[in-house]
Structures are given as C-alpha cells and as structure tokens.
Write a protein that binds this ligand. Sequence first.
Ligand code: PEP
Ligand code: MN
Length: 360
Amino acid sequence: MVDFHKLFSNNEPILISGPCSAETRDQVVQTALQLKQLNKIHLFRSGIWKPRTKPGMFEGVGSIGLQWLKEAKELTNIPNTVEVATSKHVEEALMHEIDCLWIGARTVANPFSVQALAEALQGVDIPVLIKNPTNPDIELWVGAIERILNAGIKDIVLVHRGFTSYAQTEYRNPPMWQLAIEIKRRFPQFPMLCDPSHIAGKRSLLQGIAQQSIDLNYNGLMIESHIDPENAWSDSAQQITPEKLADLLNNLLWRSGEVNPSLDYSELTELRTRIDQKDDELILLLSERMKIADEIGKFKKNNNITILQTERWNQILERALQKCDALGLSKDFIRNYFESVHLESIFHQNNVMNKNEHQK
Ligand code: PEP
Ligand code: MN
C-alpha cells in the first residue's frame, strides 16, 4: 500500500499519472513502463470502470483491467490507483491489491453512492483520493470527505478537477479556484492535488493550469498520459504521452526555486487568483451590459430616437458618482470608467443601426 504519510512528509510534490482508461494489456503495461523512465511518478492511475455521460460510449474494460494493473506494478514497482464507484468495485480492487482508491467527480456528487462506498470501506486501511464533485457546490465535497472520514479512512487526499459550468469557457471544467482554496482552508490536514487534465479538456492548457496550482501551494498533480493520445478510447484531447509529460514537469517552476524560498508566495497567488476571478466577472458583466445596449439600439432605431440622450447619460453618471464615497472609489476613476463604458455603448448602438440600414 502507498505510504502517503511518508510521501507527503518529504515535501516533494506527489505525481500521479497514467491513462484515462485501461484499454488493452499492452497499452497499460507500455504506458506504465514509459512513465517508469521518468523516475518521478509516485502512483500509476487507470480507470477501468468509466462513468460516461451517455450510454454507448466506452465504459471501461472492467475487472480484467485489474490484472493488467497488477502486471504493470510487478514490472515497474509503481503503486497503483483506480476509480471506484460502487461497493463491488471496492471489493474487487481490494482483492487485486490496488494500493489506493479514487472517487470520481460524478460519484462525489451523489451522497447515496458516497455512503455506499463509505460502508464498503469501513475498517479498511487504504488511502482514498476524493475528487471535487462535478457541481460547484462546496458542501457536497465536504459531505463526501466527512463520510469517508467517518468510515475510518485516515489517508485522504483531495483532487481538484474543476467544475461543470453552464457558461462556455476555454476549459472543459472551469477550475473556480476559490472553491478549492476554501476546501483547503477547511481541511488543512489533507493534501490537495490538481488534475489539470479534466480542468483543461485539451493538451494546450495543461502547463498553465499545472503551474497555477503549484503557485497556489498544491501538493502535487494527477495528469492523464497515454502512449497514443490521439487514439485514446476516452478523453483523447487531454491526454499526453509520457514523454510530453516529462517536458511539462521539467517546465514547471516549483516554488522552492523562487527568489526567496523562505517567503510563502501562496497568499499572494491566492489574492491574484481572486483578482483574476473578479476581472473575469467584470468582463462578463460588461459584455452583458453591451448586449442590453444593443437591444436599446434596436428600440431607438425602430422608434426613430437618437442614440445620444444627454439627459439619460447625466442620470447614469450622477447615480454612479453618488455611490463612490461609500464604496471607497474615487469620483475621477468612476467618471473615467463610465465615460469609457458609455462610449462603447454608443459604438454598439451605432453598429446596430448600421446593420439595420444594410439589411434593408
Ligand atoms: C478520470 O480521472 O478519468 C475521471 C473520470 O475523472 P473525473 O471523475 O474527474 O471526471
Ligand atoms: Mn479521464
């Protein structure tokens, strides 16, 4: 079994890698052997029971994969971990001497399933990785942690893999870092890993997300790797070869390498992450504001009203200026800001009008 106490007490980042899914014996063994050459992977991961969004998608090879994992471990000496979602999975994984279990995001989102797993784990001494639930609901994550804790599991490791979002973003599962930061605040005793693969959904974003998590003082990474990512049976756009994983890891700037190793930068990074979050919200709000301006443009066009209504503009500005003092904002700043926003609104309305002209 993996000794997480020993692993984490070295203060070395924990690295977990392996394919999203076990597909064939050769793919599992070859991926493990290639990862072995990196000489820095602590745990070999592979899904054999895959929760898929729709029926008919590849749902994992099932129990046969446990034998491939055993073989890979015999060849590499790297301990392994699989995802479990039912008590039967737990039973089978334990029978095949799996070293660590992980609970996936979809399972964590379901308290009935987590409870069933907790009951199957009662009295078992094995480390358990608990991913965040798919929903951006912190209490659901807390609930899963508490259930597994109540089952007597001592070694719990949290894995941040991003959250489902209705809004279209560049990520498959936007990280919403502030939720993970809050969980770290509530459970400082548990190590936290980042899973950039499921946050990103595509290879190009992996490096940046991994770096951000290191800057936030995470304890390690879980990254999917595959000998032939383009032809992977699941999550093919986000997997990388073990060779590319080596490059990614070499390009990371670990915090101990920073200018002043005795200074803890995590607070600064955390604050910057919050600023980024607020800026993202502001941009989104501005975009929504301009869409409303477009609607106003259409109304004015249809009713033959001029774009610039000086009285209305004065009203907007006065309303905002009155709030400045109480909110700790300078009047100059707010005046500049509103002038700029107002100008952009006029451009938008102009565009709407011109578009209508051309369409006629
Ligand atoms: C996985 O790690 O392959 C997986 C299914 O992850 P998640 O539960 O985070 O979607
Ligand atoms: Mn996956």
